[in-house]
Design a protein around this ligand. Structure first.
Ligand SMILES: O=C(CO)[C@@H](O)[C@H](O)COP(=O)(O)O
Ligand SMILES: [Fe+2]
Length: 219
């Protein structure tokens, strides 16, 4: 997957679920192409968000690329279900899979793009042996489980490491960052080699169109 500039991926975790369809259309009017969809199981992370029926419903109203972030133990169990709901890419956590590679292979076999996420305490070196297969690496810049947390600066070092690895190798994965992005730090994050930038609170808190205009102005 090849990208030239950083792209904003709004996380619907921070949307107003009474107005989800309307808010998705607002994103489309701002030329947003990626929708970040956080699935939480109450086991891998303490919180529970929403599941397949929501994805299935919103698939009917938009052609946006569905970037589905699974904060779920043993996500290999649900790969086919998410494919049927209309997910375009599934991200699984390195920490949540017994066999990460087999999980990623299953995602590809189901016709989706695949991504692996690392939580703040997991080192980039753990991804050795997976970088040939992934389309995206997601660096968590907060502890997974909740929106609205503070950005962990150490995650930028991980982004730089991954960017160096891909420059020095034949791998062409994209780098995504997720958690605590706001108008103050978006520029610096983009400058470190990130391709996809997730933002929940910073997009849905207040005037969506104005927030996106300001955020996009930073990268
Ligand atoms: O995966 C997660 C949290 O676990 C994220 O996608 C959040 O939804 C991002 O929200 P903000 O930190 O931007 O408010
Ligand atoms: Fe996420």
């Amino acid at each position: 997957m090849e990208e030239k500039i950083s792209k904003l991926a709004p996380s619907i975790l921070s949307a107003d679920f009474c107005k989800l369809g309307e808010q998705i259309h607002e994103l489309e009017e701002c030329d947003i192409e990626l929708l970040h969809i956080d699935i939480m199981d109450g086991e891998f992370v303490p919180s529970i968000s929403f599941g397949m029926p929501v994805i299935k419903s919103i698939r009917k109203i938009t052609d946006m690329f569905f970037d589905v972030h699974l904060m779920v133990n043993e996500p290999v169990r649900y790969v086919e279900d998410f494919a049927k709901c209309g997910a375009d890419l599934l991200t699984v956590h390195y920490e949540a899979c017994k066999d990460v590679r087999a999980t990623l292979e299953k995602i590809k076999e189901a016709g989706m793009k695949c991504s692996v996420a690392i939580s703040p305490d997991t080192e980039v070196s753990k991804l050795e042996g997976l970088l040939d297969i992934v389309d995206v690496v997601l660096v968590m810049s907060v502890y997974p489980g909740f929106g609205g947390q503070k950005f962990i600066r150490d995650s930028l070092e991980k982004v730089r490491k991954l960017d160096n690895i891909r420059k020095e190798s034949k791998f062409d994965f994209l780098i995504e960052i997720d958690g605590g992005v706001n108008i103050e730090n978006a520029k610096e994050i983009a400058e470190n080699g990130v391709d996809w930038i997730v933002a929940g609170t910073a997009v849905f808190g207040g005037d969506i169109k104005e927030n996106i205009r300001k955020l996009k102005g930073e990268f």
